[in-house]
Design a protein. Structure first.
Length: 534
């Protein structure tokens, strides 16, 4: 008997079909990878299995867990299944955790809800479970709160909540998308170990083919609410048949048009940082102790030339975002200097020459403003020289056309666009005042592989045509390898290696760089590893 069998699963919301005839099987001790772009139905399939389909949705078909049809369960019966028989790990741990509850209480809550245990017994189980996910009480007491942990540590707490009762099935919905490469590798290895130790079945939902190529036993590829291809991982990856599957594969290995030597780069420096130091005050350990200081950036120097793409890579907490904020003059310095075109970055003239594109375009726009108003925001930096009237509207229309959008889109609102379109709007806003430098802070890390390929091509084309310089901050080494000319590797607030991108990636000199590269194989490398261990 299969652990989970889904047969002819259909789901409609109103008159809109969302899922059409989904068939899935998961065995105990097996990992099923579900791959597809946003909107393909991956997460909705998981929610349907969990009995968490949106209100008003119409569900059809069979969802058999150990032979019992979950589709016929009442809500009370499904409450017993969730957490007990099926655990789920969500993409963003900070939204999945209660910020006012300690991590011990949150894991213990799963036990108290599903089993007749005392609070002391539940907390003991919580401590043991957190130990299993490598959060020992000696270093991570049960009375810690989520905000006191790193992103990877918070994800481990979410995993502990999901496995506290050793469920038969674990659903992991994009569990590593926002994590840096080494933390991602650690979390995926942890999940693989838990599947092996507990004999669980696991559904791993992701848009990253390299992740499923390395960790899944079977793969199902989804598009528009349907499974277009499925099979054993090795066999499927070596013999993709459906055009959509092949397109995903090609997008995962995509190299932007600008790859290779920069066409317009010169030796003229645009951005120069010398011995930059940034400290933070550490909270007092007691009312009588002196506040300590934490050095986030330690004597960092760099140079970015006109027309060049410079990558800045490192794990979460290494100081790269702090350095970016210092370059944008959003952070005071305790030492060093930063110049843009020979002007201090906090000078008004320098501020007008810098723009930034953030990771989450939706969160960086006012949802009540039209796109035209949002794109025009940087004009305030120009003061009296800012265009007005028809000239302003023409500049906005031109910026939208530059990124492949229709000028009529200026009358829409940000919620009316897809993720890739929102990022195009963010790039249009960055271009509107023709800056010399654009800082891209994880600008493509949350995008599907095909959308990511389009955005990288767009950035490459704009760089060549408009002679732009980019500082590309990312934890996605495959993106950095494809889009940058030079790369800086950052660890613990310091640059530990730098050089031409191809040289650093092909012949890393620093042990930390080698560790990063080993943690983030490309799709081809992941398939090669699978074949080696087959």
């Amino acid at each position: 008997m299969k652990l989970l069998s889904v047969r002819d699963l259909v789901l409609d919301i109103g008159s809109t079909p969302i899922l059409g005839g989904i068939d899935l099987d998961v065995d105990a001790g097996q990992v099923l990878g579900i791959v597809g772009e946003s909107g393909s139905g991956k997460s909705m399939t998981a929610l349907a299995i969990m009995g968490l389909a949106p209100t008003g949705a119409r569900l059809g078909g069979k969802i058999l867990l150990k032979g019992a049809d979950l589709a016929g369960h009442t809500e009370a019966e499904m409450c017993a299944v969730r957490g007990g028989e099926i655990g789920m790990i969500f993409q963003e741990p900070m939204t999945a955790l209660n910020p006012v509850m300690t991590i011990g209480d949150q894991v213990a809550e799963t036990v108290l809800v599903h089993q007749k245990r005392s609070r002391a017994e539940a907390r003991e189980i919580a401590g043991q479970t957190l130990e299993r996910v490598e959060l020992p009480q000696s270093r991570f007491p049960l009375n810690r709160y989520p905000h006191e942990l790193s992103g990877g540590q918070r994800q481990r707490v979410v995993i502990a909540m999901a496995i506290a009762l050793r469920p038969a099935l674990l659903i992991a919905d994009e569990p590593t998308t926002a994590l840096d490469v080494t933390t991602q590798a650690q979390i995926l290895d942890l999940l693989a170990r838990l599947v092996d130790e507990d004999g669980m079945g696991m559904i791993l939902i992701t848009h990253d083919l390299a992740v499923v190529a390395e960790h899944a036993d079977r793969i199902a590829i989804m598009r528009a609410g349907e499974i277009v291809e499925r099979g054993p991982a090795t066999k499927l990856l070596l013999n993709l048949k459906h055009p959509y599957s092949k397109a995903l594969f090609e997008a995962s290995n995509h190299v932007p048009a600008r790859a290779g030597p920069p066409k317009n780069a010169s030796d003229e420096p645009i951005l120069v940082a010398r011995d930059v130091v940034r400290d933070y005050v550490v909270p007092r350990t007691s009312p009588f102790a002196r506040p300590g200081r934490f050095r986030a950036v330690n004597k960092v120097s760099l140079q970015l030339n006109r027309g060049e793409n410079l990558g800045l890579v490192g794990e979460s907490g290494c100081g790269k975002s702090t350095l970016a904020r210092a370059i944008l003059a959003l952070e005071p310095l305790q030492g060093g200097q930063i110049f843009l075109q020979d002007r201090p970055v906090d000078a008004p003239e320098a501020r007008r020459q810098m723009q930034v594109v953030f990771q989450d375009p939706y969160g960086s726009f006012n949802p009540r403003h039209t796109i035209a108003r949002s794109v025009a925001e940087p004009f305030h930096l120009l003061g009296a020289a800012a265009p007005a009237g028809s000239e302003r509207a023409d500049r906005v229309a031109l910026a939208l056309k530059e990124v492949g959008l229709d000028p009529k889109d200026g009358q829409k609102f940000i919620h009316e666009f897809s993720g890739g379109q929102r990022q195009r709007v963010a790039i249009a806003r960055a271009l509107i005042i023709s800056p010399a430098l654009i800082i891209l802070d994880e600008a493509v890390s949350a995008l599907d592989v095909s959308i990511r390929a389009q955005i990288l091509d767009l950035l490459a084309e704009l760089s060549d045509r408009l002679h732009l310089s980019y500082l590309f901050i990312s934890h996605d080494l495959n993106v950095v390898r494809a889009v940058t000319d030079r790369v800086l590797i950052m660890k613990s607030g310091e640059i530990v290696e730098e050089g031409e991108t191809a040289q650093v990636f092909n012949d890393p000199q620093n042990a930390y760089t080698r560790e990063l590269l080993a943690s983030a194989p490309s799709l081809d490398e992941a398939i090669a590893r699978r074949l080696k261990h087959a």
